[in-house]
Design a binder for this molecule. Structure first.
Ligand SMILES: Cc1cc2nc3c(=O)[nH]c(=O)nc-3n(C[C@H](O)[C@H](O)[C@H](O)COP(=O)(O)OP(=O)(O)OC[C@H]3O[C@@H](n4cnc5c(N)ncnc54)[C@H](O)[C@@H]3O)c2cc1C
Length: 586
């Protein structure tokens, strides 16, 4: 009876979540909010960082509208010896990269690029130059209006050019310059701190071939403020997308062929359902018929009441350890996505069948929930923290292709050992999304052609609350980042994924040398970079493994009071994970 009621509830919620999206929705809130007394707080789009959940107070915020005003702001901080960080008007980065830290009486400055939003296309040179705060969508639209296309973009469009380039953000391609946006950058301008003799700040125009260019491309905001970015464009083109559903038995052996055969290929693996969905995504000529739109279902505006209901249901299933209903939720989610072509729309309105063909500018990225005026107060992005909707961890591991094959085989072994239903947690979200990026010139870009894997899963509102199948997801994380040496995406992941990150980037030393040269006083450092980049060891507190702040080595790092103890992994026996058992001796 209880199971039937749960199924009914799931169906109702999914129908209301995935009903035709409202045209208008409440846009995300600005990431910096200041109180009457001038005290300001920075938060990210999810309302909680992945590295720690504490707020980020800042003592001053600057909103420069020109490069000259950026220079003045950096010079002010530099003269005062204050810590300074830059953030966009979006703040969609999941770890606490943009927080200058300090707290208490320490003086900190946050420079927002929200007002630096100009875009200029040079049609003859086939380039676009964007101010660092310009929204990705504005850059794409400006290029397309001049008959040109940006070949690469992250799948989510609600980001700034400065933010996405600085963190190595990417779409998917092993062709041409590849799927990472920074590999399409041909020049940028950086404002770095300087000494008194140079007016406390300096502007560096950098182009491909300059010594500092590979450091400045993916800089994590550690070198200074990027003010302008120039990217190369291509003649406008169309894309043709089809999703093919296959069983996952040969997935580990054919992903390279898939990426080699299709320019914008990706694969979504639903391990609990033994299914891999191959995105057959190729360039199409401009005269191919179709004016389709990629309006990815997860990025559409959804009724606030439905996402809050879905969250309440998921929390209840987690707390009651109801694996069966969680798997039903995952199956229903995948079926709903399949029915609507994942949000592809042949005519801009509805999905009527494959292939869906449309202009690159409308197919390469999406995010309709974030670009609507505040006209419908009842809908928003599903994760908007104001409405207690979905709340999840986002792990992204970047592999060499050979190690990725071994990782998939290990996850399949884990599925055999723990049971397929223990993997339903990610299938409720978007499974394991497998994408491709090429070897990069950037010091903190990928050193080889790589496979990028994203997986999202439930995050409890209480950091001390264990998750369903906690041990399995901790083991998957350690399989990726420890056993198979995956590199973490800079803008995603829990703190634990960054352990030993310096050793995973062969040109780390060159980046560190550029950092010493451009910011010798460490003004653009932060508590996150002290811990992750500087390797400063933090205390392992009680329960630290539950929120991804540590790998457990003692039971107290899990939650013995709730029956979670630190145990070896099932497949990767060197892993240490928090596993539920009825008694400590099991
Ligand atoms: C829903 C969602 C979907 C996503 N999808 C993808 C995806 O498909 N692919 C992918 O790779 N990533 C993806 N991301 C990650 C996202 O692309 C990155 O977090 C990106 O950095 C966000 O850009 P932002 O403008 O919000 O940057 P912010 O969060 O504001 O800043 C990011 C970092 O860049 C620095 N920075 C920002 N502006 C500048 C500047 N002008 N000069 C120097 N440093 C600067 C900041 O200090 C900070 O360290 C996604 C994130 C979310 C929340």
């Amino acid at each position: 009876m209880e199971t039937r009621a749960t199924f009914l509830l799931i169906s109702l919620l999914l129908v209301s979540c995935h009903a035709p999206a409202p045209a208008l929705a409440l846009p995300p809130r600005p990431p910096v909010r200041c109180g009457g007394g001038g005290d300001c707080v920075l938060s990210n789009a999810y309302g909680a960082w992945s590295s720690d959940r504490a707020d980020c107070p800042v003592s001053a915020v600057a909103y420069p509208a020109s490069e000259r005003e950026v220079v003045a702001a950096v010079a002010r901080a530099s003269a005062a010896g204050a810590r300074v960080k830059v953030v966009s008007g979006f703040a969609h980065t999941i770890p606490k990269l943009a927080c200058p830290g300090g707290g208490g009486n320490a003086s900190t400055l946050l420079i927002s690029t929200a007002r630096l939003a100009g875009v200029e296309v040079d049609a003859a040179a086939r380039t676009v130059t964007a101010d660092a705060g310009a929204p990705l969508r504005a850059v794409i639209d400006a290029a397309e209006a001049k008959g040109l296309s940006l070949a690469a973009a992250p799948y989510w469009e609600g980001v700034s050019m400065g933010g996405l380039v600085s963190t190595g953000s990417h779409g998917s391609s092993w062709w041409g310059r590849g799927g990472a946006v920074h590999d399409h950058v041909v020049g940028l301008r950086l404002v770095a701190p300087a000494g008194e003799a140079d007016g406390w700040a300096t502007v560096l125009p950098l182009r491909m071939g300059d010594e500092l260019f590979p450091a400045a491309l993916v800089s994590l905001g550690l070198l200074g403020v990027v003010t302008k970015i120039t990217l190369s464009l291509e003649p406008r083109f169309k894309r043709s997308i089809t999703y093919e559903y296959r069983d996952d038995s040969t997935f580990q052996d054919d992903f390279t062929a898939h990426a080699a055969r299709h320019e914008f290929a990706d694969i979504t693996w639903y391990p609990s359902q033994h299914t891999a969905v191959y995105r057959v995504d190729d360039r199409a000529p401009l005269n191919a018929s179709g004016d389709g739109v990629n309006d990815f279902i997860g990025f559409q505006a959804t009724p606030i009441v439905a996402t809050a209901g879905l969250r309440a249901l998921e929390t209840w299933l987690e707390r009651s350890k109801n694996v069966r209903s969680k798997c039903a939720l995952a199956a229903a989610e995948s079926a709903a996505k399949r029915l609507v072509g994942n949000g592809l729309k042949n005519n801009g309105l509805l999905f009527t069948g494959y292939p869906v063909v449309g202009y690159q500018g409308k197919m390469q990225t999406s995010g309709s929930c974030a670009r609507s005026p505040a006209a419908d107060l009842l809908s928003a992005c599903g994760w908007d923290p104001r409405f207690h909707g979905i709340f999840f961890y986002e792990s992204t591991a970047i592999f060499s292709p050979a190690r990725f094959r071994d990782f998939v085989l290990d996850v399949k072994r884990l599925r055999d050992a723990a049971g397929a239903e223990s993997l339903c947690g990610v299938d409720v979200y978007n499974g394991l999304l497998v994408r491709f990026v090429k070897a990069s010139a950037a010091h903190l870009g990928q050193p080889e052609d790589s496979v990028v894997v994203d997986f999202n899963y439930y995050r409890a509102s209480d950091p001390a609350a264990p998750r369903l199948s906690e041990d399995v997801w901790e083991e998957v994380e350690q399989l990726a980042f420890v056993k198979h040496g995956a590199r973490p995406h800079w803008a995603k992941n829990r703190l634990v994924a960054f352990a030993g990150v310096q050793g995973k980037y062969p040109r780390w030393g060159q980046f560190a040398a550029a950092k010493r040269r451009l910011d010798p006083r460490g003004l653009f450092d932060s508590p996150w970079s002290d811990e992750v980049v500087g390797g400063v060891e933090m205390d392992k507190g009680d329960g630290c493994a539950l929120d991804g702040r540590c790998v457990c080595s003692e039971d107290r790092h899990c939650s013995p009071g709730q029956g979670y103890y630190c145990r070896p992994g099932l497949v990767f026996t060197e892993a240490r994970v928090c596993r539920y058992s009825v008694s400590q001796n099991q």
